[in-house]
Design a protein around this ligand. Sequence first.
Ligand code: WTA
Length: 652
Amino acid sequence: MADQTITSVSREHRKFRPSAEFKAQANLGSDAAYKRLYAESVNSPEKFWDRQAKEHLVWRKPYKKVLDWNPPHAKWFLGGKLNVSENCLDRHLGTHRENKAALIFEGEPGDVRTITYKQLHFHVCRLAHIFENMGVGAGDRVAIYLPMIPEAVIAMLACARVGAIHTVIFGGFSAEAIKDRINDCKAKLVITADGGWRRGKVIELKANVDKAVENTPTVQTVIVVKRCGNTVNMREGRDVWWKEAWDGAPNSHKAKAFDSEHPLFILYTSGSTGKPKGVLHTSAGYLLGAKLSSHYVFDLKETDRYFCSADIGWITGHSYVVYGLLSNGSTVFIYEGAPNQPEPDRFWQMIDRHGLTILYTAPTAIRAFMRWGDNYVLRHRLDSLRLLGSVGEPINPEAWMWYHTMIGKKRCPIVDTWWQTETGSIMISPLPGVTATTPGSGTRPFFGVVAKVVDDKCNEVPRNTGGKLVIMQPWPSMLRTLWGDDERYQRQYFSEFPGKPGVYFTGDGARQDKDGYFWIVGRIDDVLNVSGHRIGTAEIESALVSHPAVAEAAAVGRPDELKGQSLCVFVTLKQGQVASDELKEQLRAHVGKEIGSLAKPDTIRFAAGLPKTRSGKIMRRILKEIAAGGEVKGDTTTLEDFSVVAALQAED
Ligand code: WTA
């Protein structure tokens, strides 16, 4: 069939409107206001963004031009100068926020630190001096490999202060992954810790760095934070303790101003496929996107205590722990460890103990909480919460409803936020005081985002038909290139449709429903061909997860001589459920009932665990190889736990 659109099978129609009470206090509480602002943001983007940039950012030198768009390259706020760390810190000094908590940190062992804006500013200023004394400045690359502790935030902001480009490497990555990333960007300085706490054990971060830097000729210095007190090797002339460098450094620092387009950070992302790409974000546009979206999507109030469970090593940690929140003067709660340490109720306990008001987490975590059982939640009040968020994957309606009733007590709006490392900030999401939500849908685009669902020729498909999700116009927080590989940048994101060099291809499949709401149906590369219908993975998986025995599911296609492709699903069961042939039959019937018999899986395999990336996304590429009976090839360095794959292969 020439028609490459995607058949949509979801039948979710429930709607949840914001309460009158929530609306009344919201930063944006009227649909008419959303529509007016949205229309302006896409019809007169330069006017809209000009006003936002003036209102939301502190400039040292005003810009001359809002946008220079030479597809696929965009420059925003040309000629302007600012300092990103000043926008996150100095702007709050001398105001009522000066002595407000910027960070509340809880370590896995239970240690708590509160750091005010003024204190955070001291720390960042000191580190900025240390950097300058080491000769680390504008344009130099700094690798940060730390646990989720305040020093991670301090290090990022100190880089921004001196104009160095940080690349944060998730603390779960191996020496090999650190080495590759450092060599790709040629980092001069590495900041790490002796170790970090995870499930009661010390993760030996410094030992991993030692191994990595054996083969990274550009690294001159390694700064080491003492976190766990485990023994480490300190190489004379290369390694310094953070504390020792610290003592005596002045705690004020006059920040230099940098161009709007000065690079702020590189973040390596592989998604679920291929060699890591160094996504490059720059200063003003990125910060504006992160700040404005935080304000509206999280409806931030001066009194909020916001908790995002993402690690600082992911884009979510960059935009919605550090830059978007601190630039808004919010109080951010960060937690070092595992959600089930010492027991699976750690998050709920911390929410009650610290009076946290907003929780932003991922569907994979929500499904884990569901699997661990409601009793862990019911022990706690959770009455401080007022807003919930989800990010990272399509959230299946089952998990959405659980989040809504069990965590939000039917009181808290849920913002299901669609975006990517590349987009820098949230692109599709409800606004909590405005949008009626539907479980599983990210609803409508954020300001300035022209999202469309199109066919292979870039023509918009009819409502309720799936296709490729694209963004038609540039936006301030978009990636600028891939570090050292502009050709790949063009090929990967702007070459999907010949003759349309300005259309950004997200790689995701989606559909819009009759109300214009967006539904992500999965990655385009994973779309299944079932009896001549192309169906996104999310819908089949979501049908499976709506069965009471199922905790998690992944659907993949398997080459089939007769049908071309047959449907194979991997299923993890909830605690206490027993795998059996009867259950397989029940699940097949259940999918038939939920979607229709065309989507009944040909093969169902029970699995103790599914292969996931370290940020919790299911790696369907690996499951496809296992389903086809082949060897698992290709890059597995981003895999969380290889034993899951070994177990799946062994039972094959
Ligand atoms: C997926 C994470 C559905 C999507 C911020 C996207 C989502 C990829 C959602 C980016 C969501 C993220 N609903 N799918 N709310 N959020 N995704 O770069 O496939 O780690 O393209 O950025 O995650 O993942 P990344």
